[in-house]
Design a protein around this ligand. Structure first.
Ligand code: BGC
Length: 259
């Protein structure tokens, strides 16, 4: 028997990736399709790329799409690391029109990753408050409580000792400043201390590309909250976006991210 399926597209700074997902297992049904993010990554250019990915996959059902933005009622509200013309764009209407009028859900990239990790990955058996953080160009965040997402938290922009958290501890900062894992882990500790003092989570899940090298830095963190690496790695955004389309739990509907 074929389980429920959904199509997810993850819009990132360097690549736009999409795949058909089995919503009961969180596994990709087919290999993901990746196209370089157009530059500039304007809404129209990104919509054209998303449409190409969905057409290549031959999928005609609903599509979930992530953006590295706050997204309320389908409208992108911020654009910290993407083209500023996204701000105020009705992303849901734009993608729906580009995709022939089908059902479209648009949500924050870290929220999508958080939904996927909580359902199928590192947060699967965890009771309580789970905070997923993605370390990349910026820091994305998702807060879940018993599987319920509080959408659009932007912990990466919280000021920590006079600087935005993501300007201290995004993985791009490690690269730009040539920090060692030890130096960078000290910044991550500082940022997570602030987050844990405010939120008292039961678990932090560390995502983003640098979570693949978790053995080099997670053991160096000095936080009271356990920190574990993300389990789904580069598929979390796709899986979470796909989840948001079809298999939305009643709680996801309440958050307004489901169709
Ligand atoms: C954005 C978030 C996004 C994160 C990861 C931050 O700069 O403000 O919305 O989730 O980067 O892409």
């Amino acid at each position: 028997m074929v389980g429920a399926r959904g199509f997810g597209v993850d819009v990132g700074g360097s690549g736009i990736k999409g795949a058909l997902v089995d919503l009961t297992t969180g596994e990709l049904v087919e290999e993901r399709i990746k196209i370089d993010t157009p530059h500039p990554a304007t809404p129209e250019a990104v919509a054209a790329t998303v449409t190409e990915i969905v057409a290549r996959a031959g999928w005609d059902g609903p599509v979930g799409i992530t953006l590295p933005s706050v997204v309320t009622a389908g409208i992108a509200r911020t654009a910290a690391n993407i083209d500023p013309s996204w701000i105020g764009t009705d992303a849901r209407a734009l993608f729906a029109a580009a995709l022939g009028g089908r059902g479209v859900v648009v949500l924050n990239d870290a929220d999508a990753a958080g939904l996927a990790e909580d359902r199928f990955g590192a947060g699967k058996d965890v009771d309580g408050v789970v905070v997923l953080l993605t370390f990349g160009t910026g820091i994305g965040s998702a807060i879940l409580h018993h599987g319920v997402l509080l959408p659009n938290t932007e912990l990466g922009h919280l000021e920590v000792d006079g600087k935005e958290a993501e300007h201290r501890a995004a993985s791009s900062i490690k690269e730009d400043k040539g920090l060692s894992y030890k130096e960078w882990a000290a910044e991550v500790t500082r940022v997570l201390r602030r987050f844990e003092d405010l939120l008292w989570p039961d678990l932090f899940i560390a995502g983003g590309g640098i979570s693949r090298k978790h053995d080099k830095w997670i053991p160096r963190l000095e936080n009271r909250t356990p920190v574990v690496p993300a389990a789904l790695l580069n598929t979390a955004g796709i899986v979470g976006a796909a989840l948001a389309t079809g298999n939305a739990s009643p709680n996801e509907r309440e958050t307004g991210i489901a169709p």
